[in-house]
Each structure stands twice: as structure tokens, then as C-alpha cells.
Write a protein that binds this ligand. Structure first.
Ligand SMILES: Cc1cc2nc3c(=O)[nH]c(=O)nc-3n(C[C@H](O)[C@H](O)[C@H](O)COP(=O)(O)OP(=O)(O)OC[C@H]3O[C@@H](n4cnc5c(N)ncnc54)[C@H](O)[C@@H]3O)c2cc1C
Length: 227
């Protein structure tokens, strides 16, 4: 675990406003470290904010509390009868999950390629693009319950997913997301329902082809993001 005191936040959020500092910044790589810092914040009633990649967060003044940078990463694949169950820790970069699953022959995330941010944040706002949202494949979200610091599983049907919305923006705001479970069908069917695919060459459609197609569109659109 790394700790920075009175340190600039510039490198921890996409909009990188200069001269803004946080009182303390903890960078956590292990689940136990994340639990420890979270526990300290709750028990001592300290103001805190947890960040993934900081691509949806803008600091406009100094932050007098604790910023937790979540780098708890890792991905586990379980084979079920009809689908792959992917259990992913919340500090994993979303786009890396798309790339990793494609690489091992598990398909279904390609429409959501090149979206900035981490897995934890992805369910908070129910990320979506090009005809698909994370709610379409999310099975569960694991959170740390602040009263006993135990991990609690919220099934997707209870996440209140809606357009760029979930229960984690409201009733479960005080919780830290630890991991997300996704279910990806073994029998892959391309999702070409969005208008961007109007001129897409549909012969021999492969997941990698959709991934590349979306990459071209998004790289033109969002020049500031490096993947
Ligand atoms: C150029 C650009 C393009 C984008 N394109 C899209 C798009 O196509 N579709 C789309 O849906 N979104 C898009 N977004 C929005 C962004 O990708 C998402 O909001 C993403 O989920 C943010 O992830 P992050 O890790 O950077 O979030 P952060 O900014 O780090 O955090 C966002 C919020 O989540 C909270 N949070 C983060 N991690 C946790 C955790 N583990 N537990 C509890 N709370 C947590 C933070 O406290 C904060 O309130 C885009 C953003 C940019 C800058």
C-alpha cells in the first residue's frame, strides 16, 4: 500500500486540474489493504472517496479527506453449462477485461470496448455503448458492508439498473464495490442493433472485428484517452 500526504490529485483523475491536492491518498493493491483503509475511514468517521481511474470525477478544490485509489485487480473464469462466469475485482480496468476475455475466446463484451474506467465504477453508472449496457450481462456485485466489514453479494435484479443508474448511486452509496460477476454466453451472437453498424460489413462477423470497428470510432471521438 502506498500513502501520499498533501499530494496533487492531477495524475489520479482524467480532467487533471492542476494545483489541487488531497490530504491523504492511499493506493491499494490488495483486498485486505482496501478493507483496512475503508475500515479506518468508517470507524473514525473520516471523509473519504474511492476512485477507479478517475475518469468520471472532477476535483475543483482541495480534498481534505482520504482518497483511496483502487488497484485491486484480478479476474477468474468459471465454466457453467451455458455461460462463462467472470468474477472480476473492482480495480481492474474495464477495457483490459474486454481485451483479456477476447484473447481467451470468451466473447460478448466487444461492444463495450474502449470505455474508460474500472470495473467497480462500471456498475455504478451502468456503463453502456453501441447497443449494450453492463446490466445485460451483470450477474452480481460484491460490496463491503460498512457495519461488519463483511462482503455482501447483491444480485443483478436488486441493483436497480437503469439508464446510467444503479442502486450504488443512491441507497448503497456508502458501500465499497469489491468485485463484479458477469455472465457471457458460450454461444456467441453478435450485437449489431446500434445505428453505428449501419455500414458495417456483416459478412463473417467476428468479435475482434466489432472490437476493432468500435476502437476506430472511439479513438476519433475521444482523443484525450490513452488505452
Ligand atoms: C472520454 C470518455 C468517454 C466515456 N465514454 C463512456 C461511454 O461510452 N459509456 C459510458 O457509460 N460511460 C462513458 N464514460 C464515463 C466513464 O467511462 C464511466 O463513468 C466509468 O465507469 C468511470 O470509471 P472510473 O473508474 O474512471 O470512475 P471514477 O471517476 O474513478 O469513479 C466514479 C464514481 O464511482 C465511485 N467509485 C469508483 N470505484 C468505486 C468502488 N470500487 N466502490 C464504490 N464506489 C466507487 C467514485 O467514488 C465516483 O463517485 C466516458 C468517460 C470519458 C472521460
Amino acid at each position: 500500500m502506498l500513502l501520499y500526504k498533501n499530494f496533487p490529485l492531477k495524475s489520479f483523475h482524467t480532467f487533471s486540474i492542476s494545483n489541487i491536492i488531497a490530504k491523504k491518498i492511499f493506493i491499494v493493491h490488495l483486498l485486505e489493504e482496501l478493507k483496512q483503509v475503508y475500515n479506518e475511514c468508517i470507524v473514525n468517521n473520516l471523509p473519504f472517496v474511492i476512485l477507479g481511474e478517475g475518469s468520471n470525477t472532477l476535483f475543483i478544490e482541495n480534498y481534505l479527506g482520504i482518497v483511496i485509489i483502487n488497484k485491486v485487480q484480478g479476474l477468474r473464469v468459471l465454466s457453467k453449462k451455458k455461460f462463462w462466469l467472470i468474477h472480476i475485482y473492482s480495480g481492474e480496468k474495464w477495457h483490459n477485461v474486454v481485451k483479456k476475455t477476447l484473447k481467451i475466446g470468451i466473447y460478448g463484451l466487444e461492444n463495450l470496448a474502449f470505455i474508460p474506467g474500472c470495473v467497480g465504477s462500471s456498475v455504478i453508472q451502468n456503463i453502456g455503448a453501441y447497443g449494450m449496457e453492463i446490466k445485460d450481462i451483470c450477474l452480481y456485485v460484491d460490496i463491503l458492508y460498512y457495519k461488519n466489514f463483511k462482503i455482501q453479494r447483491i444480485n443483478a435484479k436488486d441493483c436497480q439498473f437503469n439508464y446510467r443508474y444503479s442502486i450504488f448511486q443512491n441507497k448503497l452509496k456508502k458501500f465499497v464495490i469489491i468485485a463484479v460477476g458477469l455472465g457471457l454466453k458460450k454461444k456467441w451472437v453478435p450485437n449489431l442493433s446500434h445505428i453505428v453498424f449501419k455500414n458495417f460489413n456483416c459478412t463473417n462477423v467476428l468479435p475482434q472485428k466489432i472490437f476493432n470497428f468500435i476502437g476506430v470510432i472511439r479513438k476519433k471521438k475521444y482523443l484525450i484517452i490513452k488505452f
